[in-house]
Ligand binder design. Structure first.
Ligand code: SF4
Length: 338
């Protein structure tokens, strides 16, 4: 189901835009139907009121919890969610009141180090299915302040659904716009659409290397934009939105952790309106990449900060659930315990 379908159904029942907003607000905020100062009963048209319990049950059925895997830090958890057609996606409850949602089942970008990309794109996740992941997270955690689109899939390859979900979360959902984070490998259509969007999220750009040829190997089906072009486009959006770019760098031992890369990062990012999130790779058996030692990662982050690039090394809290998306789904597919 799409958010547009939901709106259409409410209108067909006689809801006006104010009624529609209230119903959507109750859903996105995971509120009981009788919550709020103005009870829905007696205010909504009778036909809408009569249909509401069934409609809410239908929305609840968009994503179903299949399994939950707590992170070692006690504040994070990876959830495997079943969709109505039997497909699955992963949603991650993050430390500090965040949730990471999936925008696609599978992914066409095929990053060499990512399990999600192995089978290519299986299907898009609908806008209502994206929001339903947030609603489920809200039910598990009363306080939720941040939604990041960094789970399975490339958001710019499912742009209309992701932007519709962001608009609803940033209006009726009660999230500050900068607490909604659109993550991408970089795509010109996405940069243009974000500039025009009514709710402008913060931007995370997965850079991973400053070498264009190496990036083509690591992210084989990402749009052919050079790191320089990506940074220029991200910077333009950051200036327009007022939120700094979060450059993402999955640190792979012997691949993107050498002196040439550090020089490239300083050349590209020094003086930019952004920060670098450096995340030591969460190893996936059989993918052929290794994670550098924590000491090495810390030394790299310290050197970059010393050279004027604000660099944040993700600490180990939640590491076991924040990296390596797609592993739960893959394990379930081959019948191995997650
Ligand atoms: Fe797709 Fe992201 Fe995995 Fe790359 S890292 S294959 S963009 S899900």
């Amino acid at each position: 189901m799409l958010i547009a379908d939901l709106r259409q159904r409410l209108r067909a029942l006689g809801a006006n835009p104010a009624h529609e907003s209230r119903v959507l607000r109750h859903w996105v905020r995971a509120l009981p139907l009788d919550a709020g100062k103005q009870p829905l009963q007696g205010w909504l048209p009778k036909a809408v009121m009569a249909a509401l319990p069934g409609l809410m049950a239908e929305l609840d059925g968009l994503v179903q919890l299949r399994s939950e895997h707590a992170g070692g830090d006690g504040t994070s958890a990876r959830l495997l969610l079943g969709l109505a057609d039997g497909q699955t996606v992963e949603t991650v409850l993050l430390p500090r009141e965040g949730v990471c949602v999936s925008s696609q089942v599978g992914c066409a970008v095929g990053c060499r180090f990512c399990m999600t990309g192995v089978d290519g794109l299986i299907r898009q996740v609908g806008s209502a299915e994206i929001v339903a992941q947030v609603v489920l997270a809200r039910r598990k955690r009363a306080a939720l302040r941040k939604v990041v689109f960094m789970g399975m899939g490339e958001p710019s390859h499912n742009l209309a659904n992701v932007l519709d979900a962001i608009e609803l979360l940033g209006t009726e959902g009660g999230f500050a716009h900068k607490q909604l984070v659109f993550s991408t490998v970089g795509d010109e259509r996405a940069f243009a659409a974000l500039q025009a969007a009514p709710v402008k999220p913060a931007l995370a750009l997965s850079l991973h290397t400053t070498d264009a040829a190496k990036r083509e190997q690591l992210l084989p089906r990402a749009p052919r934009l050079t790191p320089e072009q990506l940074v220029e486009a991200a910077e333009a959006y950051a200036r327009a939105s007022g939120y700094p770019v979060q450059y993402q760098w999955t640190l792979l031992e012997g691949v993107n952790d050498d002196d040439a890369e550090l020089d490239g990062i300083v050349r590209l990012l020094h003086g930019r309106y952004g920060l670098l999130n450096m995340i030591p790779y969460n190893e996936v058996p059989g993918m052929g990449f290794t994670r550098p030692s924590w000491e090495r990662a810390r030394a790299i982050a310290a050197e970059l900060s010393r050279r004027g690039v604000l660099t944040k090394l993700r600490d180990s809290a939640g590491q076991d659930v924040e990296g390596g998306c797609g592993q739960l789904r893959a394990r379930e597919a081959v019948g191995r315990p997650a």
